[in-house]
Design a binder for this molecule. Sequence first.
Ligand code: UDX
Length: 455
Amino acid sequence: MKISVIGTGYVGLVSGACFADVGNTVLCLDVDTRKITMLKDGIIPIHEPGLDNLVQRNAAAGRLLFSSNYDDAVSHADIIFLAVGTPPDEDGSADLTHILSAARSIGERLTKPAVIVDKSTVPVGTAEKVKRAIAGELEKRGVNVAFHVVSNPEFLKEGAAIDDFMKPDRIVVGFDDLEAGKQMRQLYAPFSRNHEKFVEMDIRSAELTKYAANAMLATRISFMNELANLSELLGADIEAVRLGIGMDPRIGPDFLYAGMGYGGSCFPKDVKALIKTASDHKKELHLLTATEKVNEEQKNVLFTKLVRFFGGVSNLNGKTIALWGLSFKPNTDDMREAPSRILVKSLFDAGANVVAYDPVASTEAKRVLVAEHGEDQCNTRLRIVESAKQAVEGADVLVLVTEWKEFRAPDLPFLAENLKLKAVFDGRNIYDPDAFAAAGLVYEGIGRRSGKVEQ
Ligand code: UDX
């Protein structure tokens, strides 16, 4: 089939490359010509395992094309995906500027029947707005072309996006035209043997499904974070509780990890947007409002622990804190809403110095932190180093921020020898508190029992 994908961000690029890989001819469009030039040269602007190979292989086979020209994109395709950003507006609602401008650009050029697919995460009712935007342009041109708008939300996890696309749990498609639905089923057939993964529904339900999934997952995380904080007060261990409840098939073992709060490009934005959508309909979402509040507080949890350990915020002044990991989660260089940003800000405000190491996010982290705190502050207070061990040398304490694989089996004698105050704060509960104690290290996790910090 002939497909165009508008927007070569995370979702657009992964979707485009995966559709090409099963034999479709895909044109990926971005208005950012710099990005398109990079992609044509085989350079992938984001870090996503396996994506560079997939893009290069399909581009070489002539199945994956890149362009900044809407004329090319619209004339190329029978199915056009909208995968542009929907960043949060100041009031939390999703900003539809890019999606509606893309829709108008399509309407200005459409000359043959097409299915337009909303892939971006958009509030309920957006498909209707997209439809109106396209129809408005067709009307201005005085042409009559049959087109249908379909909702097909994505459920890709950064760091595992290709696997998620190639082997989806479900393919949600909302449509109001049978022929358009049939085309979507055909397009997704290679990813859904016997179509058992294909869940078809009306457009509004499909739009809401995406928000419902992310809101449910975010709520699960906030629930576990709140219980972790309670565990500490009660002398219980959240890791034991997690195992104990996760074996109940109604609860399940996944996505039950207490930590530093959820971050990334989806959960924070989508939770806010759903709360806003509800309030636009005079409905308060009590549970989700609490989910968000708990998450905001959880992003400060490690700083609060550090303050306690140092015996007051003023004692952090001039101290050096080593950070392992900066990205919002492993296997990505994405720094959007990363808890590390909140921690770095609090540490800077307290007058502490930060030495950080991240396996892939160093460049992106530097860019983001310099934009947030300025060159001067970063030059004097922040050092981003080349290895985990280098970060620890000369630091007072270590904080594990992102659970990258390479941090999972640390050299404990090295830590004990090099950390001046012999203390490790584990923001992701990946370590065994007893092993740290045996190595002479103070250990504190999130909601863990044997991690009481003793001075
Ligand atoms: C998420 C959804 O999982 C995906 O389906 C959707 O399409 C986009 O948003 P992503 O943001 O890539 O994907 O990351 P995910 O792995 O879901 O993690 C989100 C955040 O939750 C991260 O900050 C992670 O550290 C945190 N998290 C996750 C926890 O704190 N505990 C957990 O148990 C799981």
